[in-house]
Ligand binder design. Structure first.
Ligand SMILES: O=C(O)c1cc(C(=O)O)c2c(n1)C(=O)C(=O)c1cc(C(=O)O)[nH]c1-2
Length: 230
């Protein structure tokens, strides 16, 4: 029988997933070393839009199955961050501006003409996971955000240094995530530490985070195959 972990041990185990995080994917490594072509950057931005678009839908799924009013009160901020509160605000809008900064029209990003089947499958799997699994597992699956700030900081530095053809104003999305992601992952971690107190629920939380690492990795596999060097 597996022993129950203390909250600190569980957190430690979750944090070891940094090694499976998509920052380690060859596509991101090349991007952060300044080796991506404009076509690769454009393909990545266009495809990642599908992820951005679907994040509020998965956060809505978490809200709909979460019975805890205090958690919902904080969680709802994620939807506001991405959707904004008025026309022209929010993370999805910022991503469209990133698209324009790399040379993609709003229309071609919004109509999904560049969306690869593998990226669609991976993102849809994430949304379905959060709709069908217990809400605490859905929360655990969002904990890849523990590792996102490092990658965002690296990415911002790389874009400013190597990809000078991109207007730095287009990078506002990544700057806003530098503060949003730590706030969100701290909350997610608090929920998982509090609720996952049996071997079964702890194993499910670890599996949820592994699954999410696979979602992000698969997205980059598809993008790399379509746009990367052969
Ligand atoms: O660019 C990235 O590498 C990256 C990764 C992740 C992530 O780790 O899931 C998110 C984001 N960005 C992001 O911008 C974002 O809003 C976000 C929300 C979530 C989530 O699962 O709730 N992950 C991520």
């Amino acid at each position: 029988m597996t022993a129950v972990l203390t909250p600190d041990e569980l957190e430690e185990k979750l944090r070891t997933h940094a090694k499976q995080y998509h920052s380690e994917h060859p596509f991101h490594q090349r991007m952060n070393e300044g080796q991506s072509s404009p076509e690769e950057i454009r393909g990545w931005v266009a495809n990642r839009f599908y992820y951005q678009e679907n994040i509020p839908r998965k956060d809505g799924a978490v809200l709909s199955s979460c019975p805890d009013r205090e958690v919902r009160r904080r969680w709802v901020q994620r939807i506001i961050d991405h959707d904004g509160t008025t026309e022209g605000t929010g993370g999805i809008e910022s991503w469209l501006r990133l698209g324009e900064a790399v040379g993609l029209s709003r229309e071609e990003v919004e109509d999904s003409r560049h969306l690869l089947p593998g990226v669609r499958f991976a993102v849809d799997a994430y949304v379905t996971f959060t709709r069908t699994k217990p809400w605490v597992e859905a929360v655990a699956s969002s904990l890849t955000e523990l590792f996102a700030p490092n990658l965002m900081a690296q990415r911002l530095a790389a874009f400013e240094r190597y990809y000078t053809w991109i207007d730095p104003a287009g990078l506002a999305y990544f700057r806003s995530r530098l503060t949003q992601a730590p706030r969100d992952s701290e909350h997610g971690l608090e929920v998982v530490r509090k609720h996952c107190i049996t071997p079964e629920t702890q194993a499910a939380a670890v599996a949820a985070l592994s699954f999410k690492c696979d979602v992000l990795w698969s997205m980059l596999d598809s993008i790399d195959q379509a746009y990367g060097p052969r």
